[in-house]
Structure formats: C-alpha cells, structure tokens
Ligand binder design. Structure first.
Ligand SMILES: [Mg+2]
Length: 249
C-alpha cells in the first residue's frame, strides 16, 4: 500500500465516482446508543460543514459521490440533508440505494433474518447496549464482543456476524455486503469498476474496496487498499482525501 501523498493526477484520470464510508471516514468512529425497554436513544452525528463543502466541490469538479454505510437511510438522509441533490446513499451494508428520492432495493433479507431476530432479542447480557433501528440487517451494539450472539448466529449457515469494534451486524453470508451495493450503483450510473474510487476503514469495507478500481484504506490493520491514509492523523480521512483530490484537479 502506498501513502496517499503519492496519489497522482494520472491515478485520478479514470475516476468518475468517489464512494465514502461514513463512520471513521467522514465522522469519527463511535455510535452513542442507549436502549431501555421500548425506548431507544441514538445520537445523530453531524457531518462538519468543511466536509459538506468539500463534497460540493468534488461534485462541481464533475465527480459523482456515493455514500456507502452500514447505517439506516433515515440517519444518512439527516446527516447529508444539505447535499442530497447530488449524493446517492447506499445503506445497511449494500442492501439498498437512495438516489434523487428513488429507492433501489438490492437484496431481500426478510426470509433469512425473520427467525433469528426473536432469538437475538432473547439473549440477555449486560454488555448489550441496544439494537440500532434497521430495515434489512440486524445491528446490535455491545460494549465488547458477546459470544452468545455469535453462537446464535452460527446456528444458521446462511448468516454471518461482522464485528466492527462497537457493534455486530448480522448479515446474509457472502451476499449482503457493500460490494453488492457498489455493483448496483455502477449499473444505476453506468460506470465500470475502474471509474470508482472507494474509501473505508473497517471490516465491512473489505468487499467494497475490493470491488473498486482505486481503493483507499484508512485502517491498514483492517482493510487493504492501493493507497492508505494513516489512522493516527488528527484530520478525518475524508478531509485528507478530498483535499488531495481537489489539489490535483
Ligand atoms: Mg467505517
């Protein structure tokens, strides 16, 4: 992997779309969630005005912008409200994409997840903080890994858990990945793999980055990229990347 400083104008030539992971890339890692009985409290993170402005500038330079997150659509719409006219939102780990008010569903996970959901609800463990509201995947926030959750999911060969350091995503194995979302987004916008630059920091970004022509890793211990941005930087990785792209244009 090469440091991002080595990214050249030549590397950017085929790029028509930049795909951003959200947590750890456009906002710091960490989700505040609290669940008590039927009341779930979930903090909405704010995208800094500087990053909104950078995304706007990328768009003006002719780049399409896609957001690819494990979060739900309701939350992403809130975070990107000011720039919705020119970003598409791929949500819940590649399950669906919102573009210009139209929703494209990429997978039907209902049959896969309907029986496991009550079983997971029945797991009692003090380290479980709560279930994040989702439509196509199950996301359980925990203070640390909880083996009982992994054991319940392991009973179903069609499913897998992905632990990201603060939550488990329960997903349809091999299918419900950000790569699925990216393949469909490429169809929607009529793009090829080499037209895509993607940036991500976590295990659920592996498939996304592998599916893009120019992958950028912001955590070398978790994901592979052609280029990397050091995690220890005091600036957000998306800030570093967009500044670099804009300086080359
Ligand atoms: Mg992330």
């Amino acid at each position: 992997m090469k440091p991002l400083e080595q990214l050249s104008k030549e590397d950017l030539k085929p790029i028509k779309m930049v795909v951003f992971d959200v947590d750890g890339v456009l906002v710091p890692r960490g989700t505040k969630i609290h669940q008590e009985g039927n009341t779930t409290t979930l903090e909405t993170k704010i995208i800094a005005e500087k990053q909104i402005e950078q995304i706007r500038n990328l768009n003006e330079k002719g780049f399409l912008v896609n957001i690819s997150s494990g979060r739900g659509l309701y939350m992403l719409q809130e975070m990107f409200r000011g720039i919705l006219p020119f970003v598409s939102l791929t949500y819940e780990n590649g399950s669906a994409t919102w573009n210009q008010g139209k929703i494209y569903q990429h997978i039907n996970s209902f049959e896969y997840l309907k029986d496991i959901f009550p079983k997971l609800k029945n797991v009692v463990d003090g380290r479980i903080k709560g279930f994040e509201p989702k439509e196509f995947i199950i996301t359980i926030h925990c203070t640390e890994k909880v083996k009982k959750i992994e054991d319940v999911v392991a009973q179903d060969a069609n499913l897998c858990t992905v632990w990201n350091g603060e939550a488990y995503d329960i997903l349809v194995r091999n299918e419900q990945t950000k790569a699925l979302g990216l393949r469909r987004v490429r169809e929607i916008f009529n793009l090829q793999r080499e037209n895509i630059m993607a940036i991500g920091d976590n295990y659920n970004d592996r498939e996304l980055l592998a599916e893009s022509g120019l992958p950028i890793s912001t955590d070398r211990s978790r994901v592979e990229g052609t280029f990397y941005i050091p995690l220890e930087s005091d600036r957000l990785p998306a800030d570093v990347l967009m500044q670099k792209i804009l300086s080359l244009e």
